[in-house]
Design a protein around this ligand. Structure first.
Ligand SMILES: [Zn+2]
Length: 266
C-alpha cells in the first residue's frame, strides 16, 4: 500500500499540474483542452477540473458555419473540430454544441479523393483524415464517408520500406503509422495494408539503447513518435501492448470505464 499511496499522490500532483497548465496556458484547443481531458480520464480524475468552464470554452469556439477556431485568434481547421468533439465526448457533454452544423462543416472539407483537408478545398492530408474520421465516428456519422475511396487513398500511403507517409511524394514517418492506420481501423479497412511490413518499419525506428522511437530509422527519438509507434503496434495487433482505441488514442479499458465506445465501420 506504500507504493499505492505513492502512486495516488503522484496522480493528484500530476492532475493539479495539468489543471494549472490548462488555466495558465493560452495555446491551442488541442493542447489546452483535449490532452488534459484525456490524461484526467486516464487517472479517473475529471473531478479535478471545472467541467462546465471547459465546456463553455469549447462551445465559445464554434463558428456560425459549424467549424471551430483553435483559440481566440480564430484559425479554423478540421483538427479543432475533432479536438472539440473529442473533449466533449470525454466529458459527456456533446449536446452542448451544434453537432449538425459541426458535421456539415467537416463534410464540406471532404475531397474528390475521399480524403479531407483542413478547410473546404484544402488538399487531403492523413493527419486531417484522422481528425475527420475520428470526428465522424464520435458524432455517429461514419456512413457519410466513401470508405472504399478513402481506404484506397490511405493504402497508397504505404511505401516500399513498409512505412506510411502523410501525402503523396512525402517520406515515411512513424507518426503516420498512427494517423493513417487509425483512420483505416475507423473505416474498417486496416486489412488493406501490409501489416507485417509496417510492423518491421516501426520496430526499425526504435532505438535499442533508450527504447524510444524516432520518425525514421536512425533519427533522434522523441516522446511524440514513441507514443504513436507504440499505439501503431497495438493497432497492428501486438499482444504485448494493451489494445488502444483508434479514435481517441487511449487504452480501451479506460474508455470502457468511462462508458465511451466510438463507432467503427466494419
Ligand atoms: Zn512524424
Amino acid at each position: 500500500t506504500g507504493l499505492q499511496q505513492k502512486s495516488v499522490s503522484y496522480q493528484t500532483l500530476l492532475c493539479k499540474h495539468i489543471v494549472r497548465i490548462f488555466y495558465l496556458s493560452s495555446v491551442r484547443l488541442r493542447l489546452t483542452v483535449l490532452c488534459p481531458s484525456q490524461i484526467l480520464c486516464l487517472y479517473d480524475s475529471l473531478d479535478a477540473i471545472n467541467v462546465d468552464k471547459v465546456v463553455e470554452y469549447v462551445k465559445g469556439l464554434q463558428q456560425e458555419d459549424g467549424s471551430f477556431a483553435g483559440d481566440k485568434w480564430g484559425e479554423i481547421d478540421t483538427r479543432f473540430s475533432f479536438c472539440a468533439v473529442a473533449t466533449l465526448a470525454l466529458l459527456g457533454k456533446m449536446d452542448t454544441i451544434n453537432v449538425d452544423k459541426a458535421v456539415e462543416f467537416v463534410l464540406s472539407c471532404m475531397n474528390f479523393d475521399g480524403g479531407f483537408g483542413c478547410r473546404p478545398g484544402s488538399e487531403s492530408h492523413a493527419g486531417q483524415i484522422y481528425c475527420c474520421t475520428g470526428f465522424l465516428s464520435l458524432t455517429g456519422q461514419l456512413h457519410q464517408l466513401n470508405a472504399d475511396l478513402l481506404g484506397w487513398w490511405l493504402c497508397e500511403r504505404q511505401l516500399p520500406s513498409g512505412g506510411l507517409n502523410g501525402r503523396p511524394e512525402k517520406l515515411p514517418d512513424v507518426c503516420y503509422s498512427w494517423w493513417v492506420l487509425a483512420s483505416l481501423k475507423i473505416i474498417g479497412r486496416i486489412h488493406w495494408i501490409d501489416k507485417a511490413k509496417l510492423q518491421r518499419f516501426i520496430l526499425a525506428c526504435q532505438d535499442e539503447e533508450t527504447g524510444g522511437f524516432a520518425d525514421r530509422p536512425g533519427d533522434m527519438v522523441d516522446p511524440f513518435h514513441t507514443l504513436f509507434g507504440v499505439a501503431g503496434l497495438s493497432l497492428l495487433g501486438d499482444e504485448a501492448i494493451k489494445p488502444v482505441n483508434p479514435v481517441l488514442c487511449m487504452p480501451e479499458d479506460v474508455l470502457q470505464r468511462v462508458g465511451l465506445q466510438p463507432d467503427l465501420l466494419s
